[in-house]
Structures are given as structure tokens and as C-alpha cells.
Design a protein around this ligand. Sequence first.
Ligand SMILES: Nc1ncnc2c1ncn2[C@@H]1O[C@H](COP(=O)(O)OP(=O)(O)OP(=O)(O)O)[C@@H](O)[C@H]1O
Ligand SMILES: [Mg+2]
Length: 311
Amino acid sequence: MAELVIEATGLRKEFRSRKGTRVAVHDLDLAVPAGGVHGFLGPNGSGKTTTIRMLLGLARATRGEMRLFGQQVPAHLPAVIDRVGAVVESPKFSPNFTGRRNLLLLARTIGVPDAQVDRAVETVGLTGRDRDRYKSYSLGMKQRLAIAATLLKDPQLLILDEPTNGLDPAGIREIRETIRDLGERGVTVLLSSHILAEVQQVCTSATIIGNGRLLASGRVDDLIGSAGASAYVVEVPDPAPAGEALAAAGLVATPAPDGLRVETDDPALVTRTLGEAGIWLTALTPQRRDLESVFLELTAADTLGHGEGAR
Ligand SMILES: Nc1ncnc2c1ncn2[C@@H]1O[C@H](COP(=O)(O)OP(=O)(O)OP(=O)(O)O)[C@@H](O)[C@H]1O
Ligand SMILES: [Mg+2]
């Protein structure tokens, strides 16, 4: 079995208030293998930040066990924290200092050589802008500086909580490329997000949660492959008789903007059924499954199943 960099079992977090107890994380199991980018995915309020805060010792778990690099945390956090970089909340940088000066100050505080600053700046693609003042930076540049700050101590595990929040598509792409580079260099990245389309291109594996509960976990290829049957959209001159013919053959066909959507993984069955009914289709388009559709199906089913169950 591959080495696990992050491992949590039965992780639970309850928030108590006068109004009662809210269970933010429900007995969650998490397993993040070494190397590559692991997506930590769930809708708003599903418990991603809470889980990450517990892993980093920033919040106390109500119950459950957590390990980083095989060491029990929070008890042994001091033994592993030097191998971990994290961006959970926006770090505080001095607005009037340049990005570089901010990083140099930080490097000296944590006792790493100045040369690390150059490496970090280069890795996040801030070379050329690192001598500009922090306050002149765009949101995306600020976000990249935050990642650069975590890279100073050369972490083996990088935990990023929604690093693309508030960025425009170009900013998102830049952060994504930075993250992909890090993953390819052998850093294990835990990347949380509620927007699937943004992360599916960089993740090799993922954990999907909803209402604080585990919905699915594994390699992205397997998650996409295992989640239900695929579908085809057929274009025909007249959808009504085509729909009847498909239904008679036991196929589920529903109206789609371009014709009929047929739930099946067997396109030959569709063409044969229609051909035998004397209907010639003009196009047959496979509906490509992606992580986003899997995520939407899982989280929609979860909402139906639990509703306000997290409370
Ligand atoms: N300090 C707190 N006190 C009470 N409830 C909290 C606290 N922090 C988080 N929660 C609740 O725990 C649940 C999970 O919140 P969390 O911030 O972990 O979600 P998230 O997945 O990070 O969401 P988002 O995508 O919006 O960042 C929510 O219902 C939230 O209201
Ligand atoms: Mg969050």
C-alpha cells in the first residue's frame, strides 16, 4: 500500500452554541497518498476548512484520529510541522513592503537561507514583480505570494484551502499551473475547493465530502469511471417517434437541447434500435463524464438524503 501522508479516521467536529450542537465533520475518514495533487472537494459549508484546521492543530477535533507522515497529530505535530506548508487564511503581509522583502523577513524569522526566497518566487511565477510593493499586487499575485511563503521551508506536504477563491480565470490558471508544477516535483498537495472544474485538471486523486460526510474517495480516473452509466445525445429529424422506439427497446431517453439524451454505455444499441425503426440519426454524441458531473450527482444525492442533517 502506498505511503499515506495524511490519514484521518473517524474524524468528528461538533460546534456547540446556545442553539444546540452542529456537527460540521461527521466521522470522516481521509487518506491522502504521497505525491501528486489530492482534491478535497465539497460544497460550501461541507466541512473542508474545519477538517484542514483540525489537521493543522488550529481546531480541536471532538473525536477521531489523525496522522501526518505517520505521526499522530496534534500530539506529535511539532515533529512534522516543518514538513508541512499551509495556506488556510490569508497570511498577513506588510502592504508597504515589496513581495520580496516580505518573504525575506519571513525567511529570516523561520531561519531559512535567503536563496530560498528566489526559488519560491520563481516557483510561483512572481519573478519580475517581486520587487513591487505588496499593496500594488492583484489578488492572484497576493495568492501566489502566500503560496511562495509556504514554500520557503521546502515542505513535502502543502495544504491549500481554496487558493483560487476570488480569482479570475487567468489567475485560476496560473495558480493551477503552480500547483501542478509542485505536484510534479514530488510535493504532496491537498487542494480544497468547492469548484470542481477548477481542480479536476490538476488532481490525481480526490476526496469528495458533503455535509461533513465522506461521499467518495480515490483516484480521479476511478471516481469518474465508477459513478454510474454514461449517456449519449442522439440527433434525429423527429424526436417523438425516436423516443418511442428507444423506450420500446428498454432505453431511457429524455429530451435534450440537441435531440434526445439516452442513458446507456452501448452506442451500437442506440443506432441499431433507431435503424430498425427506420429512423436515421444525424449525430450521436457521447456525454463525457468528468469529475464535476460526478461531484454534482454525489452532492445532489447527498442533499436529498440528508437535507439539514448536518445540524
Ligand atoms: N467556529 C465555528 N463555530 C460554529 N460553526 C462553525 C464554525 N466554523 C465552521 N462552522 C460550521 O461548520 C460547517 C462547516 O464549515 P467549513 O467552513 O468547514 O466549510 P467549508 O467546506 O470550508 O465551506 P466553504 O466552501 O464555504 O469554505 C458549516 O456549517 C459552518 O457554519
Ligand atoms: Mg472553507
